[in-house]
Design a protein around this ligand. Structure first.
Ligand SMILES: Cc1ncc(COP(=O)(O)O)c(C=O)c1O
Length: 402
C-alpha cells in the first residue's frame, strides 16, 4: 500500500525513477524514458540543468529563506530581471511557490485596485488547485464561453449586436484574467481578435488585464510568453512551472501602471515562503539559461518539427483527428472513431517504448510538452514510434529505450 495520496484517475506505471537528466528519466533497472511531458509541464530547460543545480547549491549555502523583516539583494536583482521580461521596469513582483498561489496573489491585487464585483475569464481556463480563481464563485466571476466565437465570421468586430458579447457585463468588471492556451489541459488557443477585443473593452471600462502564464510561459509556446501571440499589454503576469524548472517557485508580476494605481494600499497576503531567495535564484538561472542558450528560438524550431511530423503521421495513419500546437505545447486528439481505451493503450505502448506522453483521464487527447532543450533525434524517434503504435505495427516492444 502506498502511504501517499495520488491524484485520482492516473495510474502510476513508473514507480522507481532514480535519476533525471535533460529530457530523460532513468529507472532503477537502468531503463531510459524520454520525458515528453516535462514532469507537469515544468522542466522548461530540462531536468537537472547544471545552471539550476549550481544556483540551488550556491544560494542554499548562503541563505534560502527569509522572514518578513529581512531581505537579500538577490531578490531585487531577480525581480528586475523578471519585470524586464514584460517591459515592467518600474513595476513590482512577488515570488511565491506554486502557480495557484501566484494567480491568487494577482487576483487579490486586482481586487484591491478595482473593488468591482466581477472578474471575467474564459470558461475553459484553469487557474489552480484552490483560491478565488479556482472556485469562481458566481458573484465574483463571469465565465465567457468562447468556443462559438472560434467559427464566427465577424470575429474581431465584436459589438452589441452579438448576444454573447452584449451579455458580458463590462461595466461591472474589475478585470479579465486570461490564460492563453492551456484550456484546462486540452490545449486550445482562443482567437486573437476576440481576445484583443475583450482586453480593449475591459481596459476602456477601466478594468485590468491579468495574464496567467503558468503553463504557456517561459518559451513553451514559441515566444517567451503566450500573451505575446495576442499582442496584449497586460497589467499583471503570473509565471509558474517552467520558471522553476521543477523547483517550486512562481512569480506574480505587476506593471508600473498597476503599482501606481495600487498606491499605498496594502495587499494582505501572507505566506511563509513568499520572496524566498532560493526560489528567486532558481528563477534567475532559468531566465539566464533560456537567454544564453537561445532556447526560445530552439523551442520554436523543435515545435515546428514536431508539428509537421505529427501531420505526416496523421495523413498516413488516419488515426489522428486534430493536432493543436503552438511552439512545444501540443495536444493530439485521436480520431473520433478511436475508442477511449485505444488512447490509453497508445499511451501505455509509447511508455513501454520509452516515451512519456500525457493523457487527460477519460479523453482521447494526448499531450506532448517536452523541454525546450529536446533534440531532433528524440523527436524523430518519437514520431516513428508513435506512427508504428497508431498503425498497430508494434505494442511498444521492450520497456524503455536505454
Ligand atoms: C494554466 C494553469 N494555471 C495555474 C496552474 C496552477 O499551478 P500549480 O499547480 O503550480 O499550483 C496550473 C497547473 O497545472 C495551470 O495549468
Amino acid at each position: 500500500m502506498s502511504h501517499l495520496f495520488w491524484y485520482p484517475g492516473y495510474e502510476l506505471p513508473l514507480k522507481h525513477i532514480t535519476r533525471a537528466e535533460n529530457c530523460y528519466l532513468y529507472a532503477a533497472d537502468g531503463q531510459r524514458y524520454v520525458d515528453l511531458e516535462s514532469g507537469v509541464w515544468c522542466t522548461a530547460i530540462g531536468h537537472s540543468h547544471p545552471a539550476v543545480l549550481e544556483a540551488l547549491a550556491r544560494q542554499a549555502a548562503q541563505i534560502s529563506h527569509t522572514g518578513y523583516a529581512y531581505s537579500n539583494s538577490i531578490l531585487e536583482e531577480v525581480a528586475r530581471a523578471v519585470l524586464e521580461l514584460h517591459g515592467f521596469a518600474e513595476g513590482k513582483c512577488n515570488f511565491l511557490c506554486s502557480g495557484s498561489e501566484a494567480v491568487e496573489f494577482s487576483v487579490r491585487v486586482a481586487q484591491t485596485v478595482k473593488p468591482r464585483p466581477l472578474l471575467l475569464t474564459l470558461s475553459d481556463s484553469y487557474f489552480g488547485a484552490y483560491g478565488a480563481a479556482r472556485q469562481q464563485a458566481a458573484d465574483e466571476w463571469y465565465a465567457f464561453d468562447w468556443q462559438a466565437c472560434a467559427a464566427c465570421e465577424t470575429e474581431g468586430n465584436c459589438n452589441a449586436e452579438c448576444s454573447r458579447w452584449a451579455a458580458i457585463p463590462f461595466e461591472y468588471l474589475g478585470g479579465f484574467l486570461f490564460e492563453p492556451g492551456s484550456s484546462s489541459g486540452l490545449v486550445r488557443f482562443p482567437p486573437q481578435k476576440l481576445i484583443r477585443s475583450i482586453a480593449a473593452a475591459v481596459k476602456a471600462n477601466d478594468g485590468l488585464v491579468l495574464i496567467n502564464e503558468v503553463t504557456t510561459g517561459m518559451g513553451r509556446t514559441g515566444k517567451w510568453f503566450g500573451y505575446q501571440h495576442y499582442e496584449l499589454a497586460p497589467d499583471s503576469v503570473v509565471m509558474g512551472k517552467g520558471i522553476g524548472n521543477g523547483y517550486p517557485v512562481s512569480v506574480a508580476a505587476f506593471s508600473p501602471g498597476l503599482v501606481k494605481r495600487l498606491g499605498d494600499r496594502p495587499v494582505l497576503y501572507a505566506q511563509s515562503h513568499q520572496n524566498d531567495p532560493l526560489g528567486a535564484a532558481v528563477a534567475r538561472a532559468v531566465i539566464d539559461t533560456i537567454t544564453a542558450e537561445g532556447l526560445i528560438e530552439r523551442g520554436r524550431q523543435m515545435g515546428a518539427l514536431l508539428k509537421s511530423g505529427l501531420k505526416g503521421v496523421q495523413a498516413r495513419t488516419g488515426k489522428i483527428g486534430a493536432i493543436r500546437a503552438r511552439g512545444l505545447m501540443v495536444a493530439v486528439e485521436l480520431a473520433d472513431a478511436s475508442p477511449l481505451d485505444f488512447t490509453t493503450r497508445v499511451q501505455a505502448q509509447l511508455l513501454r517504448a520509452g516515451f512519456i506522453v500525457a493523457q487527460r483521464p477519460d479523453l482521447n487527447v494526448l499531450r506532448i510538452d517536452p523541454p525546450l532543450t529536446i533534440g531532433e533525434r528524440d523527436i524523430t524517434e518519437f514520431l516513428e514510434t508513435f506512427e508504428a503504435v497508431l498503425s498497430e505495427k508494434t505494442d511498444g516492444g521492450k520497456d524503455g529505450n536505454g
